[in-house]
Design a protein around this ligand. Structure first.
Ligand code: 4NP
Length: 154
């Protein structure tokens, strides 16, 4: 089982989008039984809240299924449980390490560092542009899945 936790600041926009798009990608490749996939926040700002309307609208537009989402904050236990802890931007990586401590097992990654053009995922919070966020996330997730296929012989 490969356990993957996607992480952003609030766990209402980017990381739930990554969670549900990745679940959809692995479902389409009949790999769902090999994965446990979830998402979490680094801040307490949105804890208990549902997904942002912009993320839900984008997932609906794409016909991607999602469950009732409740934002939660990453914990030290998550570091033990998950094999890959994937932040959306550089500041997420620093915030994750502040919460879980040193990345002794090399589990913490920035999503687009798996791609050919390493960068932060576009943040829709101030722009309202969830289309750009989705394009970035899909690029990162496809690159991540390819990485796993090579590494873990999926
Ligand atoms: P997310 O988006 O980190 O992609 O879920 C944000 C959510 C909340 C805030 C910023 C970004 N905020 O400032 O509260």
């Amino acid at each position: 089982m490969i356990r993957v936790l996607f992480v952003c600041l609030g766990n209402i926009c980017r990381s739930p989008m990554a969670e549900y798009v990745f679940k959809d990608l692995v479902r389409k490749e009949n790999l769902s039984n090999k994965f446990e996939i979830a998402s979490a926040a680094t801040s307490s700002e949105e804890i208990g809240n549902g997904m942002h309307y912009g993320t839900k609208r984008k997932l609906n537009e794409l016909g991607i299924k999602y469950e009732k989402h409740i934002a939660r904050k990453i914990t030290k236990e998550d570091y033990k449980k998950y094999n890959y802890i994937i932040g959306m931007e550089e500041s997420n990586i620093r915030a994750i390490k502040r919460i879980v401590g040193e990345d002794k097992e090399n589990k913490i990654f920035r999503l687009l560092d798996f791609s050919k053009s390493p960068r932060d995922i576009a943040d829709p919070w101030y722009t309202g542009n969830f289309d750009k966020t989705y394009v970035d996330i899909l690029e990162g997730l496809k690159a991540f899945l390819n990485f796993l296929k090579e590494k873990s012989k999926l």
